[in-house]
Design a protein around this ligand. Structure first.
Ligand SMILES: *Cc1c(COP(=O)(O)O)cnc(C)c1O
Length: 459
């Protein structure tokens, strides 16, 4: 018999699928310690399309990260601390943010509205008073107002200066309310391989500009963020080397500078091919900072990472039902499977940046026959499809005489970015969303009714 668990790449830590398994009936199982969820049972209860959010995955991944950084900080006798800041833009849903702050994560926000949510949490005493918040993005008057309001009330906020205007604002003593720690963003001149590697980066100052600025009162932190889904781990280290050298030079004029924030970019193995492991990267980060601090004779800085998709992408899967099949006359695949949701709406990166996903069946995982399939969404748009990059995906092919159970499928790693980008093309309803944690199921978002969607369009 075929090893179906291996075939579907489940149960493997290096693919972030260690919590998934197959039961004897060929159905997809999620394991959380002693608890177990049969995805088909969840479908029976909540219907499809369905997002299943797994906060325990976020908690484990964050604790692993703390553990690894602290291990290598000890190993290299490194005299700086490690901080994790969660970039809220990756997924602002409460069920993603709360587990992170309750496990000791800090936050990074990119807009006034995100900071507004932090303020709401702060007022409800939902987090410890030591939490730190880094503020990126263009500082509108509303954003600046919120920053000074929250600072005055004792929240530890570090605004990041991104351009000349912000520099003038934050260093003008007339804006006295904005006192306290500041950061500055550098656009490191190192090219990395990533989908987002742009010829022109509009964020931050060049290293040269920062050195020319010289002293900035209250400067505490040097920040960079160069790209997402960085393909090679050596690029993460090259960026850090360049930044650490700049940091050492800046330190001469800014003795209070003692934190280096390396941004996001750690890649997720979406396609379930081997990628770089966390441990090696963490080791390299600490050893690099250790060596450069020694060479340059500076105190080793505290280190901040903002790896967003790394932490939360594996904490959600999205489930669809196949509602029709259609033959493909000529092509690498033989059939379209039409699903009861939409790639354009629910997983829009499929459409906009040709994001790849790992797709498995939810039932019939041990089928005898498979088809080469392309997936099509339910909107009327010809771009609403997933062809796995011109190839195909394998899904069970029902045999004649099979009991007519619908075919369900799971798209893995959908926890990062998709929710805030989602839309309502053809006025389709978004997937319902449930949270599975400690063996309990909570409905986090009901399926929208036609009336509710109509309201959003003024009906
Ligand atoms: C988007 C973003 C991140 C997160 O990037 P990932 O690729 O998800 O790790 C971190 N920091 C900043 C400043 C960002 O803009």
């Amino acid at each position: 018999m075929k090893n179906y668990k291996k075939f579907w790449k489940l149960g493997k830590k290096e693919f972030n699928t260690e919590i998934f398994d197959i039961n004897k009936s060929g159905e997809l199982i999620i394991k959380e310690g002693n608890y177990q969820y049969n995805v088909k049972d969840l479908i029976k209860k909540f219907g499809t399309p369905l997002e299943i959010t797994l906060p325990f995955v976020i908690e484990r991944r964050l604790n692993d990260l703390f553990e690894q950084f602290n291990r290598y900080i000890k190993f290299y006798n490194y005299h700086g601390r490690f901080f994790y800041h969660y970039p809220m833009k990756v997924n602002q849903n409460k069920e993603f943010v709360l587990p992170i702050i309750s496990e000791g994560g800090n936050l990074e926000v990119s807009s006034a509205n995100e900071l507004w949510l932090v303020k709401k949490l702060w007022e409800q005493d939902q987090f410890n008073s030591k939490i730190r918040v880094i503020c990126n993005g263009p500082k509108t008057p509303t954003y600046l107002g919120l920053i000074s309001d929250l600072k005055a009330r004792g929240l530890h906020i570090i605004p990041i200066i991104e351009d000349e205007n912000e520099l003038a604002y934050f260093t003008n003593s007339k804006n006295g309310k904005i006192s306290g720690d500041l950061g500055i963003r550098v656009d490191i001149d190192v090219k990395v391989k990533s989908h987002w590697d742009k010829k022109f980066n509009r964020f931050g100052f060049t290293s040269q500009q920062i050195l020319e600025i010289g002293k900035i009162k209250n400067l505490k932190l040097l920040h960079y963020h160069i790209g997402s889904q960085i393909e090679q781990s050596k690029d993460l280290v090259l960026l850090l080397k360049a930044a650490a050298k700049l940091f050492a030079k800046m330190k001469k004029n800014n003795p209070g500078l003692d934190m280096i924030d390396i941004g996001g970019g750690f890649a997720v193995p979406y396609e379930k091919k081997k990628m770089y492991p966390t441990e090696g990267v963490v080791k390299n980060i600490i050893s690099t900072l250790s060596a450069i601090s020694r060479e340059e004779d500076i105190d080793p800085p505290d280190i901040i990472v903002e790896w967003g998709r790394y932490l939360v992408a594996p904490a959600q899967i999205t489930i669809y039902k196949v509602i029709h099949q259609k033959a493909i006359e000529k092509g690498p695949a033989t059939k379209w499977y039409i699903i009861d949701g939409s790639f354009i709406n629910d997983l829009s990166d499929t459409w906009t940046i040709h994001q790849k996903w790992h797709v498995t069946p939810v039932n019939n995982m041990n089928a005898k026959k498979f088809s080469r399939v392309w997936l099509a969404g339910s909107s009327c748009d010809s771009d609403d499809k997933y062809t796995a990059g011109g190839h195909y995906i394998m899904l069970p092919a029902p045999e004649e005489g099979d009991p007519q159970e619908p075919q369900y499928l799971a798209v893995f790693d959908t926890g990062a970015y998709q929710d805030a980008l989602s839309s309502h093309h053809c006025l389709l309803s978004s997937p319902a969303k449930i949270i599975a944690q400690n063996g309990l199921l909570t409905l986090a978002r009901k399926r929208e009714t036609p009336d509710e969607i109509g309201k959003q369009f003024g009906w």
